[in-house]
Design a protein around this ligand. Structure first.
Ligand code: SMG
Ligand code: MG
Length: 383
């Protein structure tokens, strides 16, 4: 990442909430989502020559603390009462790197922090007319797209139908959400239906208990299916469980919920808890940490890839820029806008031969369409 961007003089920070219905329910081992309350951070400021710039960041928290401790109302509160005041208390001139240093005394709330960091960076980049991907050192102009398929209401049959539809559209790999009771049968059926050349992986979202022999038997059976990876079978803090079983399995373990920063990633790899790391800008507190994780993983020889949190075009734009940098070679959980929304908040992302194009406009290269924000609830945090 190039460090030399001029700061912006922040004049206002707003939280913008938009409720977005998903095109179909998304069910994981922790629950079923039919819509997302999207929390956007909007930063306004003056760039170097006093022109007004606006920057956007998407806070990827789910409505409830189901994926991690973070949830949308908590993120809004911590942004309003702690993060934004601490960022701007002494000096309203700010750059993205200050989001790390000025907030160092505050714990956790990484998704909220990340939204603030990206919004500030987006404004800074727009002020100098530079795209985020270029700033991050992107090495590709399109990124391979995977698709994450939730646990369907209609069971294995519905999963096969959905999988076939996504493969027809051109997605380069399929990730299936699993939980105890929905694992070996559906994933075996997919394998049989689509063959071994279909890149297939599974994500348990921490639903398995390493002390339960039935759970272990299911994971052992999945290990026979030649999957690309097995994502987060056990709880976020259960690194020793991951290490113990990863050593027996052929399928590489990928960690998601367990990895909060670059040190977590290096430690998890060193102890054999994973061989692959899912990098999400929100989960790790921002782009700077996401790049630091890439660096540590590269030094350890572990591949990384960009995960997703059902983002709108705002969050997706940042994800796609990250996925365009060196080291992010595996398909991202970054699907086209129509996989999530009948109408995205921004100009949509399209799937072209299995890839999403990296935005080339200044900053994240996407902004909300004014009509999409018409019914948004806006709360002023600063200014
Ligand atoms: O953005 O396409 C997407 C969803 C990717 O499966 C996905 N994310 O654990 O990796 C994960 C899940 C968490 C999302 S639930 C809020
Ligand atoms: Mg995951």
């Amino acid at each position: 990442m190039r460090p030399t961007l001029p700061p912006i003089a922040v004049t206002a920070v707003d939280l913008v909430r938009v409720v977005m219905p998903l095109v179909q329910p998304f069910t994981t081992s922790f629950g079923r989502q039919t819509e997302r309350t999207v929390l956007l951070v909007r930063v306004r400021g003056d760039g170097a020559d006093d022109t007004e710039v606006v920057g956007w960041g998407e806070c990827v928290t789910p409505a409830a603390p189901v994926y991690s401790e973070e949830f949308t109302d908590g993120a809004a509160l911590v942004l309003r009462d702690h993060l934004v005041p601490a960022l701007l208390r002494r000096d309203r001139e700010v750059g993205a790197e200050e989001v790390g240093t000025r907030l160092r005394h505050l714990h956790g709330h990484r998704m909220a922090r990340a939204a603030l960091e990206v919004a500030v960076l987006d404004a800074q980049l727009r002020a100098v007319d530079r795209p985020l991907a270029e700033h991050l050192g992107a090495v590709r102009d399109r990124v391979p797209a995977g698709v994450s398929v939730g646990i369907p209401d209609g069971g294995t049959h519905a999963l096969l139908e959905q999988g076939a539809g996504y493969l027809d559209q051109g997605y380069l790999r399929i990730k299936v959400k699993i939980e105890p009771g929905f694992d070996v049968t559906p994933v075996t059926a997919l394998r049989e239906a689509f063959g071994t050349e279909c890149a297939l992986q599974v994500d348990a979202n921490a639903a398995y208990d390493a002390g339960d022999p039935d759970h272990l038997a299911a994971l052992d059976a999945l290990d026979e299916l030649g999957l690309e990876m097995l994502e987060q079978p056990f709880g976020p803090a259960r690194l020793r469980d991951h290490a113990r079983h990863a050593a027996r399995w052929r399928t590489p373990v990928c960690l998601d919920e367990s990895i909060h920063d670059a040190t977590d990633a290096a430690d998890a790899i060193a102890m054999g808890a994973c061989r692959i790391v899912n990098v999400k800008i929100g989960r790790v507190g921002g782009l700077a940490e996401a790049v630091a994780i890439r660096d540590r993983c590269r030094a350890a020889g572990a591949p990384v890839w960009c995960g997703g949190m059902l983002e709108t075009g705002i969050g997706r734009a940042a994800n796609v820029a990250l996925a365009a940098i060196e080291g992010f070679d595996l398909p991202a959980d970054a699907s086209a806008s129509d996989r999530y929304w009948s109408e995205d908040l921004t100009e949509p992302f399209h799937l072209l031969d299995g890839y999403l194009e990296v935005p080339t406009g200044p900053g994240i290269g996407r902004e909300p369409r004014p009509e999409a924000l018409r019914d948004a609830e806006v709360e002023r945090l600063f200014g």
